[in-house]
Design a protein around this ligand. Sequence first.
Ligand SMILES: Nc1ncnc2c1ncn2[C@@H]1O[C@H](COP(=O)(O)OP(=O)(O)OP(=O)(O)O)[C@@H](O)[C@H]1O
Length: 540
Amino acid sequence: MNLIEFLLKAAWKSVVAAAITGSISGMGSAAAIALINRSISQITPQHPQAPPELLWGFLGLVTVVLVTNLISQFLLVQLAQDAIYKLRLRISGWILASPLQHLEELGTNRLLTTLTEDIQSISSAVFSVPTLCVNAAIVVASFAYLGWLSIGVLLGTLTFMALSIALVQLLINQAVRLFTEAREENDALMKHFQAITDGIKELKLHSQRREEFLQEDLQTTAANLRNYRIGSQRAISLSGGIGELSFFILLGLLVYGLPHVQTVSSELLSGYVLTISYLMRPIGNTLAILPNLSQAGVALRKIDTLGLSLASRAEMQARTTTSSARFKQIEIRQATHIYQLAGEEKTFTLGPIDLTIEPGELIFIVGGNGSGKSTLAKLITGLYAPDSGEVRLDGTVVDDLHRELYRQLFSTVFADFYLFDRFVGLQLDDGDAQAKMYLEKLQLTHKVAIENGKLSTTALSQGQRKRLALLTAYLEDRPIYLFDEWAADQDPFFREIFYQQLLPELKQRGKAILVISHDDRYFHLADRLLKLDYGKIVRE
Ligand SMILES: Nc1ncnc2c1ncn2[C@@H]1O[C@H](COP(=O)(O)OP(=O)(O)OP(=O)(O)O)[C@@H](O)[C@H]1O
């Protein structure tokens, strides 16, 4: 997809309207130049002033040029920004609709680069599209005028220009190649930036690690990116220089060479010189815009690839609130999940897993590090579709069509949970009152206040943040709760409350509760205990 296609897809009617007004503006500019040339040629010692009707014509043309130019720019700016706005939403939608496993394979850095850098590149390029349209119209109309002055000279001029453009194109191709390389490097740079922000503590506390990371990872990637960008900008500057030089050569050939080849009137010569000098500005502008356009082209291709990759795996999305939904039984039969990393032979296979979950059950999932507990949690909650086997909800297989609906049965606090600073998507009549009640239960009233569903702060200790995540899960009030090592960050006092009070309370309310835990002191509280080893349930 190129930029024009992208805009046409967004709103072709506005593009056409902008192209028409832009063309009128461009043609008006060329006509104004032609009129000036005509006026100059009519000034003689006998008539030292141009006829007044030419002056009125000139003023009229200038007004038309200004007004149509503005209309064209306004239309295109509006349309371009609308298109960017829609693109941002579309990419976010693709990401949200994509299976978790696919997003994990793609990597956050790639998604972030597209959401930030690629959209920014397109955004800067679309700003230049209005100028480009008007410039194109000026060039076409100016050539029409030159053709009217002399077809033969125009053909010579066009041949010369075609040769210059071919040379310029070679350089632009080189620039695009370098832009593409730079774009790949950008993905890696984003990963390093993530390491800086997420790994700030580890980098601050170990100067040798920091130095090595800076020099070998960040600096190398940043330097590669810089070199590719310099190379591409140089190619673009060179193409601009060659473009400008070819204009001067053309002017020289016209003024000093053409009179040797054929007799030329002064009107023809001054018309050509005036028009070509005038054309230097729009063509120069266009050359200056080319880097943006090439970058946008590369970004659009990246978005296309990402979009295809995301769309090919898109899940069905269902708009639903099933907080009051009930279930009788979840059966997991011979279900497996396989992690296969690109280019790596080693895989981790979870399963085959056989498991049933019923309301009111308290199930502990235990096992050593890397035994597959979190992976099983993602499989149970429908975040991963089984690679083989099946998950059944009340006897019905949970397929791609129903997985989104199935996921709405779960309230979770994963080990890497995300805490929203307001209760997004929870439409509760007495939300604040309920939240305050749970704040007390979770002993957080002295730290956090809740007003209109908004938390006064999320800048808390990890244990306190986990309590807030639990509070959100309480408010969701879904039939199945899953806690992935929730108690690991709690002090012994609150850990005791969690296992001895909060979990039994949930159980009494008929909730099914899955608890991933290493706290063997509390294993006896479980109705069932699943022990995982190397991805298999070794004991139930
Ligand atoms: N996104 C991923 N891509 C590839 N492999 C993964 C991914 N996540 C986990 N694994 C692999 O799957 C295995 C099980 O990981 P999992 O996180 O399920 O273990 P766990 O039992 O929850 O461990 P812990 O107690 O340390 O949290 C690990 O060996 C890990 O290498």
